[in-house]
Design a protein around this ligand. Structure first.
Ligand code: ATP
Ligand code: MG
Length: 293
């Protein structure tokens, strides 16, 4: 559905996208994750045909992006712009609908985006989060097969974020393909089948949330063990590091099963908890690794 080959985009001295390759298949829900300036928005601009690549190519549905968009196959929510302040909510969504060959009924789309009660309000008077929902409605109205969202939940309160994602779930349940850019690791973890991690214009990791988490490898064992010998614990099989936390110990492990067996055999540890490291750790690790490289 999306094929990006060796994409390069430069802005003066800045290489915003630096030889990016990415394929996204029909039905996938993909998060484009990365720190500020990683090149997420530029990648989205290139794949929507809003910017021209300096090198490489972007195709949607096997066509040039502009053709796919003209056929109403793509709905997009961009990070900024796109709203005409003097129109009402219903008018701008109707206008967007009229630009596409096929469109969903506007009242249904407004309901879906949670703004049915704002239909007659002017855009200029809406809050940032309300405007974000209008952008979402504009992305949905063309009944697109592919939805591209650049930081869709920026400015939404927690309740609105939940409502947004539950609306998105209904969209993806109908087999739509979704690509969304985000900094929110919890969102990528909760809503994407696949996470593409970008840094400095390149894809540095691509996989399921658990594969990405695995990159910041290992698990942590926490146990109550008063007077623990930390050096001895650090030497147990599977353990990389042992730290004391009051009466508790924290073992960072590359093989938690081996570590757990050894811990139980060698000590009187109790209240044992084993946890995987979160996506947050993976994000920090990948960002730092990239910076070091
Ligand atoms: N129109 C432009 N002119 C000059 N530089 C640009 C332009 N657009 C992007 N850049 C630069 O390209 C790099 C990538 O920017 P981009 O907006 O794609 O990042 P991003 O991953 O979307 O970041 P954020 O998370 O902050 O939205 C940045 O260094 C940015 O300053
Ligand atoms: Mg961006």
């Amino acid at each position: 559905m999306i094929v990006l080959r060796n994409l390069v985009k430069r802005y003066g001295a800045v290489t915003a996208v630096d030889g990016l390759n990415l394929e996204i298949r029909s039905g996938e829900v993909v998060a484009l994750l990365g720190p500020n300036g990683a090149g997420k928005s530029t990648t989205i601009d290139l794949l929507l045909g809003l910017a021209r690549p300096d090198e490489g190519s972007a195709t949607l549905f096997g066509m040039p992006p502009a053709t796919a968009i003209a056929r109403g196959k793509v709905g997009a929510l961009l990070q900024s712009g796109g709203l005409l302040p003097d129109l009402t909510v219903a008018e701008i969504v109707e206008l967007t609908a009229s630009l596409h060959g096929k469109a969903r009924p506007v009242p249904e789309v407004l309901r879906r985006a949670g703004i049915a009660d704002l239909a007659k309000r002017r855009i200029a008077g809406l809050s940032g989060g309300q405007q974000q929902r209008v952008r979402f409605a504009m992305a949905l109205v063309a009944d697109p097969e592919l939805i591209v969202l650049d930081e869709p939940t920026t400015g939404l309160d927690p309740e609105a974020r939940r409502a947004f994602w539950s609306a998105m779930h209904e969209e993806t349940a109908q087999g739509r393909t979704v690509l969304f850019a985000t900094h929110y690791l919890d969102e990528a973890d909760a809503y994407a089948d696949r996470i593409v991690f970008m840094r400095a214009g390149k894809v540095v990791a691509d996989g399921t949330a658990s594969q990405i988490k695995g990159l910041a490898a290992g698990r942590t064992i926490r146990a109550t063990l008063p007077g623990a010998d930390l050096a001895a614990l650090a030497a147990l099989p599977g353990v990389d590091q042992a730290e004391g936390r009051g009466e508790a110990v924290l073992l960072t492990c590359h093989d938690s099963a081996a570590a757990l067996r050894a811990l139980l055999a060698a000590t009187d540890a109790r209240d044992i908890e084993v946890t995987g490291r979160g996506l947050e750790d993976a994000f920090v690790a990948l960002t730092l690794e990239g910076a070091a490289a």
